[in-house]
Design a protein around this ligand. Structure first.
Ligand code: NAP
Length: 468
């Protein structure tokens, strides 16, 4: 019997409920090229809550970006969509168990850890991944108990990406502004007591190579309690950089340089905090006896490597910045999943356009797919995942038409529920999430906040049991 019909729906499991997973679900359930396709999507997440980094990554002062979840809510309302929250694939369910029940499994697990700098002192207390701070202030249950010491005067943020901008804003934002957001209460309390007066943002390459997008860079002077400093000498472009930003498609970089040039000309207004952008400097070591007390940095110059990429190399001019907090914001990193191939070099699931490849034979593994950051690495904005998911789903549907999907021995919907009930009594359905959502919004309303987040598994699971 052909797959994808009323009598034999295409059964797909999506592991991970962030943007990439939801865009993939949307394309499957409402497939414009194949309007007759009948698909059933079961989405799994190890958290009781959906939306991935839209909930746990996007900064609390960016509510407009979070509003994208309304699109995902529409997908979730489809009658053939089911959400299984608080279910960890790899622990509660194995890859093999999914493969024995679905025609296809799409991995949308994102990049769940961060990169390390590999320098002395990196493990000293006071040295953190920016992503840990992000997960903590966003109320991710795994990170709520982290203890950030904000009693120092200077924090150093390493990296020139949008996460660096997010954490910089969060450390410098007026507390009364943050108190109106959905920042986790435990973080708000610690941020309220923060003594940080200066945030120094370090880029290993120059302003023309910074990965910030323009709107994020433009937000920095909107922080009413902070002056912004850029040394004009840091903006003197070498020949390589000057030529590179003249190229087509370099608008963002060119504009970043213009914005930073504007900042370098501003006069400080005597605000209580300062944000300092430094370029062409790399961290060499974190110093301190039992916690971070300083960071040693070295000045760089740019050179073009054999592949034509502009890289930084040290010119052996060292400097030390006193600081008590260091946030490395140098990128997320994917983690392997049991039973699923993994490319250690690029920290992704090896794939071609989203079709998972057997590392040995380089052949497509029937019925196995990837979307989002675990497919292409941690790059792009939320909307990038729409095109990315479309590509994967198009290949999946092509494989369906060519008879190349997985052939599960037990594709019935009910067998899965029975297995889950055996393994985990606390599975959170979509209705359970709606109950959590209602509880959080209800708690926020009297305070003029979008929500007050529940930040522990216990609280979330309890709320999921209350009818919305
Ligand atoms: P990112 O954009 O890749 O930036 C990473 C930064 O770290 C780069 O400046 C990189 O410099 C630097 N870096 C890497 N290794 C380093 C090292 N060993 N020492 C010093 N610097 C190092 O990563 P991200 O900020 O984590 O963001 C991830 C993705 O999420 C991005 O696509 C970002 O745009 C997106 N995001 C978007 C938003 C938003 O739209 N508001 C918010 C947050 C995140 P090089 O360029 O020299 O490698």
């Amino acid at each position: 019997m052909s797959i994808g019909t009323e009598d034999n729906p295409l059964r797909v499991a999506i592991v991970g409920s962030g943007p990439a997973g939801f865009y993939a679900a949307g394309h499957l359930l409402k497939n414009k090229q194949n309007p007759d396709l009948v698909a059933q999507v079961d989405m799994y997440d190890r958290l009781p809550t959906p939306w991935g980094l839209v909930r746990a990554g996007v900064a609390p002062d960016h509510p407009n970006i979070k509003a994208v979840s309304r699109v995902y809510e529409k997908t979730a309302a489809h009658p053939e969509f089911r959400f299984f929250g608080n279910v960890e694939v790899g622990t509660d369910l194995s890859h093999e168990e999914l493969m024995s029940r679905y025609h296809a499994v799409i991995y949308a697990v994102g990049a769940q850890t961060d990169k390390h700098m590999g320098i002395p002192g990196e493990d000293l207390p006071g040295s953190w991944a920016a992503t840990e701070l992000v997960a903590w202030y966003n109320g991710h249950p795994d990170y709520r108990d982290l203890e950030f010491d904000l009693s120092c005067k200077t924090a150093v943020v390493i990296g020139n990406g949008n996460v660096a901008m997010d954490v910089t804003r969060m450390l410098a934002a007026p507390i009364d502004e943050l108190a109106k957001t959905d920042v986790a209460d435990h973080a708000l309390e610690v941020l309220r007591g923060s003594q940080i007066e200066e945030v120094v943002v370090l880029g290993r390459r120059g302003p023309a190579q910074a990965a910030f997008t323009n709107p994020e860079l433009l937000e920095i002077p909107e922080l009413t309690e902070a002056d912004v400093f850029v040394d004009p000498r840091d903006l003197e472009l070498d020949e390589h950089s000057r030529l590179s930003i003249e190229g087509e498609g370099e608008l963002t970089h060119r504009r970043n340089v213009e914005i930073l040039t504007d900042y370098s000309k501003r006069h400080p207004e005597g605000r209580p905090k300062r944000i300092v952008f430094r370029f062409l400097v790399s961290p060499m070591a974190l110093k301190g006896d039992d916690k971070v007390e300083a960071i040693e940095i070295v000045r760089n110059e740019l050179y073009r490597d054999a592949g034509g990429r502009l890289r930084a190399r040290s010119i052996e001019q060292h400097e030390t910045i006193d600081c008590g907090l260091v946030l490395r914001s140098i990128g997320y990193r994917g983690v392997p999943m049991s039973g699923v191939p993994f490319d250690e070099t690029h920290a992704v699931i090896p794939n071609e356009g989203g079709r998972v490849l057997d590392p040995e034979s380089q052949q497509h593994l029937a019925g196995e797919y990837a979307v989002g950051w675990i497919k292409r690495g941690p790059s792009g904005v939320i909307g990038t995942n729409k095109r990315d998911a479309q590509e994967t789903v198009d290949f999946l549907v092509e494989d369906l038409h060519e008879g190349h999907l997985n052939d599960p021995p037990d594709p019935s919907r009910d067998s899965l529920e029975a297995l889950l009930a055996e393994r985990n009594p606390d599975v959170v359905s979509y209705a359970g999430w709606e109950a959590i959502d209602a509880a959080e919004k209800g708690a926020g309303e009297p305070h003029g906040r979008p929500r007050v987040k529940l930040c522990s598994f216990e609280e979330l699971l309890e709320a999921a049991k209350q009818p919305a």
